[in-house]
Design a protein around this ligand. Structure first.
Ligand SMILES: [Zn+2]
Ligand SMILES: [Zn+2]
Length: 268
């Protein structure tokens, strides 16, 4: 059982006016109008504890009953209260004081209830504020996520564009390479025809003899070793078909004739 005297900070011998003023002290002490910074420490539980203590101790009959229960529960306390004899004077003045107490306690009670209401209001405001802050943080987080996603999207787009450009450049390079190869082939054909003309080669055999053979031979894999028509050796199964004279050559001859063609070009 709660010690109502301790709750109100009173001795067991406290008079009724002590109880009233102790209660009044608490009411003022917890008034959020007077102590705006204190409301957060105040709980319903505190108020209720004090108010309950006050309600019991301020009504004579209830206080007597409470004291009796208290003494029954704590035999030691009986000795402390034994000194306090009934006070006839107080009893006589009781009716008058009771009226005054009722008036004041009613006023205090109203005040306490108002204080209580204000505390509740403040606490609700505080909770709302916390909720608002939480929402704000959540919103900021969502916005940040969105911005990041957008940034990522931009980055992906740029990466795709970059790859596309690299691909285009590679295709262009391939195309240029093919063009250069075609030009070299055409030059080689012109040179070969000029050589045949210069040497008066008309027959197939004459043309073969005067052929420098092409760097653009068609490579073919033979089933067995073949005889190179230029050097007469059997060197391998890979034959190089010269597009000018239409003969099968070995790799070595193709290389040798390519070197001679290079020398001829250099001599011009
Ligand atoms: Zn040839
Ligand atoms: Zn050969």
């Amino acid at each position: 059982m709660a010690d109502y005297y301790a709750v109100l900070g009173l001795q067991r011998t406290a008079s009724k006016s002590d109880i009233i003023s102790a209660f009044r002290e608490f009411v003022y002490a917890y008034d959020p109008n007077l102590h705006p910074r204190r409301f957060s420490e105040v709980t319903d539980e505190n108020f209720q504890k004090i108010y309950r203590a006050y309600r019991v101790l301020s009504v004579d009959s209830q206080r007597r009953q409470y004291d009796a229960t208290l003494n029954a529960n704590a035999p030691q306390a009986r000795a402390d209260n034994a000194n306090e004899a009934p006070q006839p004077l107080r009893r006589r003045r009781g009716n008058f004081l009771d009226v005054i107490y009722e008036i004041f306690s009613g006023a205090y009670e109203a005040r306490l209830r108002e204080a209580w209401r204000l505390v509740k209001e403040k606490q609700a405001q505080l909770a709302q504020l916390a909720e608002d802050q939480r929402r704000e943080v959540a919103l900021a987080y969502v916005n940040e996520r969105k911005a990041k996603e957008k940034e990522e999207e931009e980055r992906r787009k740029l990466e795709i564009e970059r790859r596309e450009q690299v691909k285009l450049a590679a295709e262009q390079a391939k195309l240029n390479e093919a063009k250069a190869k075609e030009a070299a082939r055409e030059l080689e054909i012109r040179e070969q025809h000029a050589r045949w003309e210069k040497m008066g080669a008309n027959t197939d055999q004459e043309k073969f003899s005067a052929c420098l053979h092409s760097s653009f031979c068609t490579k073919t894999r033979k089933g067995k070793k073949f005889k190179c028509e230029a050097c007469g050796a059997r060197r391998g199964i890979i034959a190089f078909l010269c597009p000018h004279c239409g003969r099968d050559l070995c790799q070595l001859c193709v290389t040798t004739f390519a070197q001679q063609r290079a020398r001829d070009r250099g001599g011009k």
